[in-house]
Write a protein that binds this ligand. Structure first.
Ligand code: NAI
Ligand code: MG
Length: 500
């Protein structure tokens, strides 16, 4: 195991946190896994093991579910006023903000992303999510409804918490995904068992300490580290869990649905994507070049909404592809904590192998490399060069499947009718996001309407806000995260009718 204390890129504070004896958080206590087992955590910039965390399994899942059940069924959480819940969420946001730099460092070390990005994106967005949802806690309400039957009735709806919620998150934005999940569930009055991604457990374990410090009652939030089979699967199948919220691969999303069938628990899913980016010839081309580059290269392409299919009008195709290739070639690869880093390593050896093999399959199927390629030239760590592929065709794996790495397929289109262009953009099993680049207002809105996707950006990409609902059409998921919409994920609606 590498000692972080001697790594010049890692602060003493983070080295101390990472090397502490990590515990899972159940019923307001920090405990080891029942089996005593642990598993390794890696630094993706070096491939070194930097610490171990508890490997929770079914027994730990049962304990956490029972704690959440008690906190919901007869605990203080359901008796607490909405403003009390809101104040706790706000306090958690404040605590997180006070530790912003520390969280950015942990995130960069564990996930590989640049510290500079975690500091301005991941952590502040997580803070904002807790604050935004703190405000909703007091604004969740039903309606009164006029009935048309002959008798005199008074009818109204109550929007009530759904109950005990299992939440399973991935590794691409570890802290932010935890915030997207926890904040709305808690605002609604649910209790939670959160399963962190096995690749990136550290920021969530640090967050557990802040949740404890903020003063959430025991059992309201329980946080587990472990693998999909050991923790995720028993949570999704558990009879005492009322709802499971999942973010990750479409493949595992389908397993979750099957597991949830046992007690018909409610399910929401935020899954994969293969998001199209459409550049029309009247777009501001310089802005389109930088914007479409960051659409795919932000977070090393490890975004469910990464703009991985770049459709460009033939009149500006060469200019845009050259521009994006230029951006790609200039990106400096370095460990996330290195101040010169513009792109860090991918999260894991598994993702590295997967992305490189996609690039190789593209080449084997006849694609050309305009920038990047399968060899990064970096000796250690899971680095992949940002890569631009041309000369692809719609049936290639690189065009159809989610790569989840910094790899974009650029495809020209002609002055054919708009319907056909939109049809091609919609031609995948996914429907998460898309962006359109043009100065023509009516064209932008027409395309936005035609795209079968949960998010459409115009002259921008990857814009997130706690107020904007986010989620997928087709096989990109069920339900929406964030905004007012997410409250539906965590509430049941009750109709009450009184004969007067
Ligand atoms: P995954 O879907 O296997 O993992 C996501 C979470 O689900 C993790 O916490 C994992 O432990 C858990 N999990 C795994 N198997 C489970 C099961 N049977 N039951 C319940 N929970 C389970 O994703 P993975 O393996 O990390 O990445 C594979 C691919 O998935 C990526 O290459 C990417 O294409 C896609 N992905 C999509 C994400 C998104 O934001 N939509 C995020 C991460 C990955
Ligand atoms: Mg997996």
């Amino acid at each position: 195991m590498a000692t972080l204390v001697s790594d010049p890129l890692v602060s003493r504070r983070t080295a101390d946190f990472v090397s502490q004896d990590h515990r899972i958080y159940i019923d307001g206590r920090f405990v080891a896994a029942a089996s005593g087992k642990t598993f390794p955590v890696y630094n993706p910039a070096t491939g070194d093991v930097i610490t171990h965390v508890p490997e929770a399994e079914e027994e730990d899942v049962n304990r956490a579910v029972l704690a959440a059940r008690r906190a919901f069924d007869d605990g203080p959480w359901t008796r607490m006023s909405p403003s009390g819940r809101g104040r706790l969420l706000w306090k958690l946001g404040d605590l997180l903000e006070q530790h912003l730099e520390e969280f950015a460092e942990i995130e960069s070390l564990d996930n590989g992303k640049p510290f500079s990005v975690a500091r301005v994106a991941d952590v502040p967005l997580a803070v904002d999510m807790f604050r935004y949802m703190a405000g909703w806690a007091t604004k969740i309400s039903g309606k009164t409804l006029p009935l048309s039957s002959g008798y005199d009735f008074h009818s109204y709806t109550l929007r009530e918490p759904i109950g005990v919620v299992a939440q399973i998150i991935p590794w691409n934005f570890p802290l932010l995904m935890a915030a997207w999940k926890l904040a709305p569930a808690l605002a609604c009055g649910c209790t939670v068992i959160l399963k962190l991604a096995e690749q990136t457990p550290l920021s969530g374990l640090r967050l557990a300490q802040l949740i404890d410090e903020a003063g959430f009652p025991p059992g309201v939030v329980n946080i587990l580290t472990g693998y999909g089979e050991g923790v995720g699967a028993p949570l999704a199948a558990h009879n005492l869990v009322d709802k499971v919220a999942f973010t990750g691969s479409t493949e595992v999303g389908k397993l979750i649905i099957r597991a949830a069938a046992g007690n018909l628990k409610k399910v929401s899913l935020e899954l994969g994507g293969k998001s199209p980016v459409l550049v029309f010839p009247d777009a501001n081309i310089d802005e389109a070049i930088s914007g479409t580059s960051s659409a795919i290269f932000f977070n090393h392409g490890q975004c469910c909404c990464a703009g991985s299919r770049l459709y460009v009008h033939e009149k500006v195709f060469d200019r845009v592809v050259e521009g994006v290739s230029h951006v790609a070639s200039d990106i400096r690869l370095a460990p996330g904590l290195d101040p010169s880093c513009q792109m860090g390593p991918l999260v894991s050896e598994e993702q590295y192998q997967k992305v490189v093999s996609y690039i190789e399959s593209g080449i084997a199927e006849g694609a050309n490399i305009a920038a990047g390629g399968p060899v990064s030239g970096v000796e250690r760590g899971y680095f992949v060069r940002p890569t631009v592929l041309t000369n692809t065709n719609p049936r290639m794996k690189v065009v159809q499947e989610e790569i989840f790495g910094p790899v974009v397929c650029a495809v020209p289109f002609t002055d054919e009718d708009l319907e056909r262009i939109i049809k091609r953009a919609n031609d995948t099993v996914y429907g998460l996001a898309a962006s359109v680049w043009t100065q023509n207002v009516s064209l932008a809105h027409k395309v936005a309407r035609g795209l079968r996707a949960g998010t459409v950006w115009v002259n921008c990409h990857n814009v997130f806000d706690a107020s904007l609902p986010f989620g997928g059409y087709k096989q990109s998921g069920w339900g929406r995260e964030m905004g007012e919409e997410v409250l539906h994920n965590y509430t049941e609606l009750k109709a009450v009718t009184v004969a007067l």
